[in-house]
Design a protein around this ligand. Structure first.
Ligand SMILES: O=c1[nH]c(=O)c2nc[nH]c2[nH]1
Ligand SMILES: [Zn+2]
Length: 445
């Protein structure tokens, strides 16, 4: 007898919510089927179940019927997070950036010379980001390549989608973190080889000069060359804090701007992720647009370290790719829900100060787009994840506004849009019942 091999592994029947276009949240009552490769095989209207069953030949046991308080959304994409800083969340935030780095961050990161210490912290950060709905994260690790390899192994084990970089530092850094140019480049290459050996379609390397203050011009140039040779991602920090910008000008007095420093070193490509970018001038934003870099907006960190207030609208109006990041541990939480809320607060602060009466602060629909498809674009993953589309991979969250220990009080009479708004403003990890990456349900405990 010929065996019928189903093309469908799981079928969800219920509410889908996503934001494929900036400013619009699309809600549908649908049937969504996943194929054995973890891709979305079909999305059909709710009332076509019998026809879809006939077409794709799946059994009733593959069907997951969502309740009226449940919906599926795309997984969150954290475009900027420092994995080794996780033990420091909430610490030292009374200091500005450069003092905080010296007093708290660098001493903690030095401990990652011990891969066993790294293993414990990295395991915690992956588990907790997943539990809060982060299906993709773009990670800085420390300067230590063995610890960075451990991070990749763990991400692979948990099944998160991740970009991982070995942080490069070769000047103006404590001796425990400063490496030679050669060690930084060899370490970066070793990490690339390690990721390649793991053979995971979910993992990518990202070249990671920490920022212009702790990376020499030679080191940045060498990383730029390496990135172009292998068409790799690049991530760094820019214009987060006024004192940092001054220092960049002191270190590079002949450069036209901080952005020019990175451009000159070949670090600006369509696969570059610039974190913060609060104080960029119009001319610098022109370069960002021209070079097609993406920006990671990290409002929780920007407020906590009192770095500044980022103007998201100014970036969006210029059609520059924009995503959101937790920036743990400048940011004190791994929650992308909190990042989305503070994105709105930052934008509202800007609207209070502007002289432009037509200025529109962002709304929750736009923040949701930035945390999903916006982030996917910044990481070059927009063809794979960020929204629900046939052929894309199923990276998704099953949300229940009335889950067992939910803090949300959602009247059953609320519309679906209102239930989503409740989740956006009042929800937390207790409302995220299940997390899927590439069609596979991942552990979150
Ligand atoms: O928020 C930040 N966290 C960091 O670790 C860092 N390093 C340079 N600039 C930085 N900003
Ligand atoms: Zn950062």
């Amino acid at each position: 007898m010929q065996q019928v091999c189903s093309r469908v592994t799981r079928v969800f029947v219920g509410t889908l919510i996503h934001a494929p276009c900036l400013g619009e949240v699309i809600i549908s009552q649908s049937i969504l089927g996943i194929d054995p490769q973890g891709k979305i095989l079909f999305i059909r209207p709710y009332n076509q179940l019998e026809a879809v069953k006939g077409e794709f030949e799946f059994k009733d046991t593959s069907i997951v019927q969502l309740s009226p308080s449940q919906f599926l959304i795309p997984g969150f994409i954290d475009t900027h997070i420092h994995a080794p800083q996780y033990p420091n969340t909430g610490l030292g935030l009374d200091k500005p950036l450069l003092e905080w780095l010296s007093a708290y961050t660098f001493p903690l990161e030095a401990r990652f010379s011990d891969p066993n210490y790294a293993r414990g912290v990295y395991n915690d950060v992956i588990r907790d980001t997943l539990r809060h709905g982060t299906t993709t994260a773009c990670y800085f690790t420390s300067v230590h390549v063995e610890a960075a390899k451990v991070m990749c192994d763990l991400i692979h084990k948990w099944g998160q989608r991740g970009l991982v970089g070995k942080t490069c530092m070769d000047c103006n850094s404590p001796p425990s973190l400063s490496q030679t140019l050669e060690t930084n480049i060899q370490g970066s290459k070793q990490l690339i080889a390690h990721i390649s050996q793991l053979g995971s379609s979910l993992l990518s390397p990202v070249l990671t000069p920490r920022f212009a203050l702790t990376c020499s011009e030679e080191c940045m140039r060498a990383l730029g060359v390496l990135a172009r040779e292998g068409h790799y991602h690049i991530q760094t920090h820019i214009s987060e804090n006024k004192r940092e910008v001054e220092r960049a000008h002191e270190l590079y007095p002949t450069a036209d701007s901080y952005t020019h420093v990175y451009q000159e070193c070949g670090l600006l490509t369509d696969k570059t992720i610039l974190a913060h970018a609060i104080y960029l001038t119009d001319q610098e934003l022109g370069i960002c647009k021209e070079e097609r870099v993406g920006i990671a907006h990290c409002p929780v960190s920007n407020f906590a370290l009192k770095s500044g207030v980022f103007d998201s609208r100014r970036i969006l109006e210029r059609d520059i790719k924009l995503g959101l990041g937790t920036d743990v541990s400048g940011g004190y939480t791994v929650s992308m829900l909190e990042v989305m809320r503070q994105t709105l607060i930052a934008s509202t602060c800007i609207s209070f100060q502007t002289q432009d009466p037509a200025y529109r602060p962002l709304d929750y629909r736009e923040a949701f787009h930035l945390a999903t498809l916006g982030g996917a674009r910044v990481l070059g993953l927009e063809d794979k994840v960020g929204s629900f589309e046939e052929g894309k991979e199923f990276d998704a969250l099953l949300v229940d506004v009335n889950s067992l220990r939910s803090q949300i009080r959602a009247d059953p009479g609320l519309s679906v849009s209102e239930k989503f708004q409740k989740f956006f403003f009042n929800g937390d990890d207790r409302n995220i019942l299940e997390v899927f990456v590439s069609g596979r349900r991942v552990e979150t405990q």
